[in-house]
Design a protein around this ligand. Sequence first.
Ligand SMILES: [Zn+2]
Length: 406
Amino acid sequence: MSETVRYTYRLRPGRAAEAALLAEWGRCRWLWNEAVHQQKTGRKPTFGKLSKLLTETRARNAWLRSGSQVAQQQTLRTYAAALDHSFKIKGRGRPKKKRKKDALPSLEYTTRGFSVKDGRLRLPNKVTVPVVWSRELPSEPTSVRVYRDNVGHWYASFVVRRGTTEAPEAGLAGIGVDWGVKTTATTTDPAFDLPHLGHRRRCAAELAKAQRKMVRRRRPKGQPQSKGYQQAKRQAARIAKKAARQNTHDARVWAKSITDHHALIAVEDFKPKFLARTTMARKAADAAIGVCKKELIERGTRAGRKVVLVPPAYTTMTCSGCGERANLRLGLGVRTFECAACGYTADRDLNAARTILATAERHRASADDVRHLIASFRGGGSGAVRAGNPGPAREGKPPGLIHGDR
Ligand SMILES: [Zn+2]
């Protein structure tokens, strides 16, 4: 068994290489905008038509001819795919023009256009870029995307085949995961709890300072922004990126330990968009939860574990001892759950985690309960399954929809 994945590495282009990459991007951007122009005249430009047009234009235009044909073709291929995609989804906007001042450079090459030799990425027109090989490529790459982020760093993202490694036998049966603000993840086994990932919060003061600097240096609308402003903007982006990277790292380590030890992973299906009015701390917590949830689902399903998403409604008000659901939701300040029916008491989050696990286990026992598989969880099929609501099957109205019930 093997799978197609992306491996991304930092690039350290020299001055000449960076100028060449930007010039290449300039040509590709021009082509993209030409394609958008075509689309505005009413004809739907397919890749076939655009490709033919490219051949004709390159014959006439020396500037275009000086660039890589592979990169230019890939730009049009990406464009055609984006246009196709926009027609499939209702209400989706068509591809837009890429403006020089805010579009981030991105170039794609197939095997005809690049190679890796002596640790360097070799691109057309004798452009070679040193790669920071943070880990080994698992196979010969079939394509590469070279791009620059908003901080100004360059990356190469290779498409490779990787053999799926068998995860170790899961020792423990199942685990339930409840998300929260103070503790990012409370689980049925305290050894696997994840305390709040405070990287964003720690960076918040630093970020606020950079943002104030941006505001101070901002010129009125319509005027080009100063170098000092751009500098402050990059600094703010750099701080935010660093925090996000640290969150991702911690989430990966945590998700791995959960996956290695459990056969069934029951996850609260938390959706951050419910919390519209939020404070900085809340936003930071939401971001951490989002990363952890994504990593856990991806890792769990990849390792062949059963991952069940449990809707967050009722999880805090259902007794994990007897399964009885209370009629009132627990206030956010109440930290202990007390069951009126059987007298069971437990920490609020621990009870929620146990309820989540119990719901998933019940759901696994009755196949009828399967509502639907999540077809794509970003980049391919994921095996996560959604469960029904916790608590006993009841008739009549549920006691109100719960928002941000954590
Ligand atoms: Zn009870």
